[in-house]
Design a protein around this ligand. Sequence first.
Ligand SMILES: [Zn+2]
Length: 549
Amino acid sequence: MRTTLIALAALLAPSPALADTLIDNINGVQVDADGKIDRFAAILVGDDGKVKKIWSAGPKPTGATKVIDGRGRTVLPGLIDAHGHVMALGFTALQLDLTGTTSLADLQARLKAYAEANPNARWILGRGWNQELWADKRFPTSADIDAVVGDRPVWLGRVDGHAAVANSAAIQAAGFSLNTQAPSGGRIENGLFVDNAMSLIESKIPAPTPAEQDAALEAAQQLMLANGLTAAADMGTGPEEWAAMNRAGQAGALNVRILSYAGGIPGMRAINGGKPSAWLYGDRLHLGGVKLYADGALGSRGAWLKQPYADKPDTHGLQFLSDAQMLEQAKAAAAGGYQLAIHAIGDAANAQVISTYEKLSATYGKDRRWRIEHFQIVDPADIPRLKPAGIIASMQPTHQTSDRLMAEARLGPDRLKGAYAWQTVEKLGIPIAFGSDFPVESPNPFPGLAAAISRQDMNGQPPGGWLPEERVSLAQALAGFTRGAAYAGFAEDRIGSLEPGKWADFIVVDTDPSKGAPALARTQVLETWIAGKKVWEKPPSPAGAERGR
Ligand SMILES: [Zn+2]
């Protein structure tokens, strides 16, 4: 694998330029330091891969400078996904894809085909089903899976990653039965394992080999580059994942930039000797934070709510940590010099995390850029607490378009005021970072940018946008996927805009982003450049195989 990675790196990296490179005649669009759209026509890139100068007009350098004619095409800074799962993206690409299944029968048919195509897979792993898209909305059971595959373990995750169904062989291989008691913070129903119960099975799945890890990382990088992502925050890096990222970095095969957040306190202690890392491999890898969880997700009713679920009044969802536990874990990370990124979906979880950060800010000061991941369902009374405590809202626009109907069902109409409240957050001056939560959603950032300005999905639904007062401007949306995402990763002096001294990470696309949401959502990436080198180009023939789902 090492040899393959080196060969691939050699293939992708053009020989070093002997002079500065002028990328001229482009329709450049980015967000300036004041949050306004800034248009530019040329970029001068130094031999070190960093921007030397950008021009909107005026005389350009001559002489030793190599000139590339951009032919008037649109150029954006490389987009940054502020919340993704890099290795999971790669493994998902290599696993059984169940996104968009229209019924249980559809899921069963895809499982059967995959099992036949992969006779040697010890376990069959899949992900992406969503019973909300099925006519009867019934969760799948062990018996449903046994009917298709009985000879090997099968483990199929829900689209949000907060529930999975196991067949009997998987439950048996893990040493459990259908009557096994779920651990606290989890639930087991007819072979459906929810939130904390999932680890009962997951901990027994044979670990991927280093070669499988390397293949997954390479698959993830290709998907990111093809979708115009030059960097991503990796939310919950594990020790083996960190090792794979370092192998790629050492082999010169790490193209994208990964801002790593260790998975929990055990992950923090297991990675990099228990300390944040330096910026490694030409700023392509950095461990700067720790990811914790306050609750589960809304789809599986694991999000922790202040009031009971509207569609299941006997539950408030799942609280993962007591206030004391959360504070203790957060303090352990903060004292070690880490940034914190805490997952909070429900309004009770968000309130708990805000209170935790308020206490931390009193001890550690405010420029620690505490992050709340998702910040999805929030009590409007709690939102103004973010700015004084120096908290960043890290949100995923495509979650809103995917979750809209489900959120209405879970919360009822009266509790949607602080849901996916991007503009409310903007107006309060709270820093925003946008992402996709890939592979929960497609890594393609363009539907996210379009959702941010329209509150509509790819099909223009609903007309006029969902809670349209929460739309943001194009500049705000673009900032969320560039400057804002860089700031949220303490990387704004390196990436997030094309300015002198920052890396020349940029993408060439087929559409000017100001053309409106429907066109923006369908934008195609033509080329992806990192550190002044072209590392991906759209294949000439039948368009778009690599693009997101
Ligand atoms: Zn996530």
